[in-house]
Write a protein that binds this ligand. Sequence first.
Ligand code: GLU
Ligand code: ZN
Length: 290
Amino acid sequence: MSRITRFAPSPTGPLHLGHAFSAWEAARVAGDDGTFLLRIEDIDQSRARPEWEAQIFDDLTWLGLSWPTPVLRQSDHLPRYRDALERLWDDGLLYRCTCRRKDIEMALSAPQEGVAPAFGPDGLIYPGTCREVGRPRPNEPRPDDAVLRLDMGRAVAKTGDLWFQEDGTGPNGETGRISIPADQIVQATGDIILARRDMGTSYHLSVVVDDAVQKITHVTRGQDLFEATQIHCVLQTLLDLPRPIYHHHRLIRDENGKRLAKRDDARAIAKYREDGLNPADLHRMVGLRP
Ligand code: GLU
Ligand code: ZN
């Protein structure tokens, strides 16, 4: 079976060297007889800009990449994510949460026998304040203006232990068959948000739905998303979606060892272009052979 990979940037700023590396990796993993897809992850409409999207097409073309069109743009497919949410809501796996960041910090700072607040893939692990009060009552329609959290305890009670195949490496060298025991997922992630108030979906939900829609065989992305993969595995099982192989790659860092961020305009691909560098120069800069 020939491979299908994707590069899935958010049009919220300029692509930088790290994105160039990631896109090249996805194309390499697809191989000559595979397919490299581009997906625009623009569910955060408060930050996405058409100019950044246009720049993405431009930069990637300059880097020597090509992809089939039309390109999947997440904001064009919101009903798809709503359907997935609907199903999880009807299965009693979601609850409404009205906490603001302040409430969460307060709940977490309340003294509890030596339990320090923990961080998961989305930041502070939610203490579960709304879990009981926010549960759907029988036949209650799903609210479309509330934050919805996944009750991870209930979710993994359904899925049991999970695993995925890692063909690249995680941040600590994890590779091969990665097992994720159910109780460990609950601890490591907590009740993550699946629908944000403003957009009715979330990165985790959209990415899992779209990887299935696009029949992605190898998810190629940075090691910063390795910890999120366990969440994606839970969602795939709950939604009966196939599980791709994962290929996490190293991150491109600056000279101080800090990984590049969107605001690192100095390392924007467009900036290097302006300065007269060519794609082969960037290839070398990210440690790839010309
Ligand atoms: N849209 C995500 C980002 O820009 C990448 C998502 C993924 O590869 O799973 O970081
Ligand atoms: Zn809450």
